[in-house]
Write a protein of this length. Sequence first.
Length: 258
Amino acid sequence: MEVVVQKDADSAVNLTARLIAARLDAKPDLVLGLATGRTMERVYDRLVALGRSFKRVRSFNLDEYVGLAPEDPQSYRSYMRQHLFDRVDIDPENVRLPEADRPDLKEVARRYEADINAAGGIDLQLLGIGETGHIGFNEPLSALMSRTRDKTLTQSTRQQNAAMFGGDPDRVPPRAMTMGVGTILDAIEVLLLATGEHKAAIVAKAIEGPITSMVTASALQLHPNCKVVLDEAAASRLQGRDYYDWVFQNEPDWDEFR
Ligand code: F6R
């Protein structure tokens, strides 16, 4: 894992978007794993501004609320259309989110995994982190080898996501379909972005704490090619900060991003 700390949220967002753009430059038919949430809104704004073509990109989103139709304004498909898909030249045929409004969720999950495999696997998986330590919607105690399936959200996550539902956590669907931790770990490269003081405690647990299903983001410590981009606030509880900065200054892979 490599941890890069930027001076503020704008710089962290900018670095994340530039990294994605660099991967698109290297592989125009990139298989991209996408995330939603407030943190990602700014990344997509920046990525759109960077003006890359998504014509040959295939994408798989991490998750979708169970029971919401794709056209529902609160669905993650609507979020993705608003923040990215309708603003770039991506082919709608190449875009996938779990079809979590279907009756047979087991079959939906099986097909989602099969579609990811058929695309050759995910080249770059973009991640945020929830205050429960979730990646995707892998809430505490999600098996670290889990695959795509439906999960019950914690009350804390429903609270965290209430803004999209008129501020009322009870209106946030209680269940979601999500890639599993194992699905995420299969991506060739993983890029997690977290900003803000409210993420500092969980970020420290995920990066420097023990690997535990109580904080599913801690499983990223097992991934051979995982980058974590933070702003100063989200990094404020890390112990090994000096070394992370030293690595960023010295690793040749970061030359074009410093
Ligand atoms: C969303 C997702 C979640 C979010 C996380 C952070 O697709 O998978 O894991 O990335 O809840 O959300 P924000 O950025 O709103 O704090």
